[in-house]
Design a protein around this ligand. Structure first.
Ligand code: ADP
Length: 314
């Protein structure tokens, strides 16, 4: 509504300036100005609509934009065949698809671990390939491929990660302690990362991804190897960050119950191509218009309709 007030205030002001200006005496210019002023005075609604649309477009710039992304590995595997996606700020998005569909490849490209062949993408309006360091401050990545120094202790790793991304020492220490508690790593605090169990290593990956307060979180199969209690705690933390701090979440998982419970938007990728992109609710309706199916069942039902040829990558 502020936009409307400012436009309605500006129109008479602008016309007053025009009428009182010396240009008034230059006939052709005067006529042009008069028309412009009339337009401003009599069409404030039109202007409001335009202005609101511009503001809307500005605010609605997708947090993650992917356009026609292609990736072929040196062995000839075409992992991505023109993938396009849009994820808005604060969305909890999940990318689903069978093994080998291209999920990790897409995450690796977006987090600048590997290069694309062609296409465009932007994260928070930034081209990650041009401004890699800026992107690393904005995103957090929890993936099984994360490399952790096995000789370093858990608490030290977390503080170091915070410092690396610009937190002061007291801030980094506070954040490290918060995540040690949240992910129940108290007993592991002084253990070397290499000595952790598989599940605890996953918790450490997630804590490391979050410690610098990223605004976008990439979670690639984050709960593999976690016990049920650890999984529940993990999702509580992520759901809270998404709800309270509007952190955008990009999740890949094979645990569709987790995606069903927490995500609202999804895309389905099969053999390097996006087959569906939209809300989870609409996906379920598309598969079974009568409703009542879980995401797990809807996904299975959809995949069963595809032929082996459609499922194979090349
Ligand atoms: P997903 O994460 O959905 O399981 P990936 O992105 O890991 O799928 O893999 C997509 C395809 O690319 C698969 O056929 C996989 O074998 C292939 N692939 C992945 N990484 C490489 C690589 N480094 N070299 C060659 N092929 C690869």
């Amino acid at each position: 509504m502020n936009e409307k007030i400012s436009i309605n205030f500006c129109v008479p002001l602008v016309s007053k300036i025009f009428y009182s200006s010396n240009h008034f005496y230059h006939a052709p210019l005067f006529y042009a100005q008069a028309h412009f002023v009339c337009f401003l005075q009599f069409c404030p609604c039109v202007l409001n609509v335009f202005l609101l649309q511009i503001l809307k477009d500005f605010n609605m710039t997708a947090e993650i934009q992917v356009h026609e992304l292609f990736k072929k590995y040196p062995n000839g595997t075409e992992a991505l065949k023109g993938v396009s996606l849009e994820i808005q700020k604060g969305q909890f998005f999940t990318l689903l698809g069978p093994n080998g569909a291209g999920k990790s490849t897409l995450v690796k490209i977006m987090t600048t671990l590997i290069n694309k062949d062609s296409g465009d993408f932007s994260i928070a309006g930034i081209n990650p390939e041009v401004n890699q360091s800026k992107i690393q401050n904005i995103i957090g990545v929890a993936s099984q491929d994360n490399e952790i120094d096995p000789t370093e202790k858990v608490e030290k790793l977390l503080v170091f990660q915070g410092r690396l991304f610009g937190l002061t020492k007291p801030e980094a220490t506070k954040r490290a302690n918060e995540f040690i508690q949240l992910f129940e790593l108290e007993k592991e605090r002084n253990k070397k990362a290499g000595a952790l169990s598989g599940g605890n290593k996953r918790r450490l990956h997630c804590a490391l991804a979050l410690v610098h307060r990223p605004r976008i979180l990439f979670l690639d199969e984050p709960t593999v190897g976690m016990d049920p209690v650890a999984r529940a705690n993990f999702w509580e933390v992520i759901a809270l960050l998404n709800r309270k701090e509007a952190v955008t979440v990009f999740l890949t998982t094979q645990y569709l119950d987790e995606a069903d419970k927490h995500a609202t938007e999804m895309a389905l990728i099969v053999a390097g191509e996006i087959q569906y992109s939209g809300t989870i609710v609409d996906f379920k309706k598309m598969v079974n218009p009568n409703g009542g199916l879980s995401l797990d069942d809807s996904y299975l039902q959809y995949i069963k309709t595809l032929s082996n040829q459609e499922l194979s990558v090349n």
